[in-house]
Ligand binder design. Structure first.
Ligand code: SF4
Length: 221
């Protein structure tokens, strides 16, 4: 499976406690309908068959105002599929809105990655179609081993959440932290996935493709 990440900027709620973007502002280009015009060509050229949608902000911020963008996106995905130019293109959504906090049709995705920061949020995750549900936590300085285990046991006993991952905080200078790292590595592929930061994806934003997220960051004039 080859991934391409669409970096969106619809704005954000700025509620994640570890957010560094809030302080530094979003430097990603604003997402427009016309910015999808080159997506089909990019999929053909890169032979990517999974589109991961993330931000720059939360992709589902004010979703109701951006329904046309998602209609166009899923139209491109289905067209690629029908033409047989790519065997099938799947969509993975990354969001910090839990299932009941948005009217987005999660069942259109192959996987939904819910960015959570409390066990209470986990109880608001629902599978509404055949999508795989994953919860991801960013580990910060205040996490303890007991916190990690509480989260892991909640997910293990949940019939609504299929997968769990942890990743490290990356600070505003793109420096990865290493909180509880040995412990997180120990549980990798057993009770959770430990995602080590890597700039390995291909990224798409507003008709441009790059191998580095930061290439889309523009200094404000
Ligand atoms: S979704 Fe991203 S930009 Fe928005 S608050 Fe969370 S970390 Fe910050």
């Amino acid at each position: 499976m080859n991934y391409i990440s669409i970096i969106t900027n619809f704005g954000c709620h700025y509620k994640c406690p570890y957010c560094i973007v809030k302080k530094n502002n979003l430097h990603i280009p604003r997402t427009t309908l016309a910015g999808l015009d080159s997506l089909e060509k990019a999929l053909k050229e890169t032979r990517c068959n999974i589109i991961s949608i993330s931000g720059g902000g939360d992709p589902l911020y004010e979703y109701e105002k951006h329904v046309d963008w998602y209609r166009k996106l899923f139209g491109i995905v289905r067209k690629c599929h029908i033409n047989g130019s790519i065997c099938s293109v799947l969509v993975e959504m990354h969001t910090s809105y839990m299932t009941d906090e948005t009217s987005f049709p999660f069942y259109d995705c192959f996987r939904v990655v819910y960015h959570a920061n409390s066990i209470d949020q986990l109880s608001h995750i629902r599978r509404i179609g055949d999508e795989i549900t994953r919860a991801v936590f960013v580990v910060t300085a205040d996490y303890t081993i007991a916190d990690i285990m509480d989260i892991a046991l909640f997910v293990k006993n949940s019939s609504e959440i299929d997968e769990l991952s942890f990743r490290q905080l990356v600070d505003d200078k793109y420096t990865e932290q290493h909180y509880l790292e040995d412990y997180l590595r120990m549980g990798h592929k057993k009770l959770w996935w430990y995602i080590e930061q890597n700039d390995y994806n291909l990224y798409y934003a507003e008709n441009e493709v790059s191998g580095r997220y930061r290439d889309f960051e523009k200094e404000e004039s």
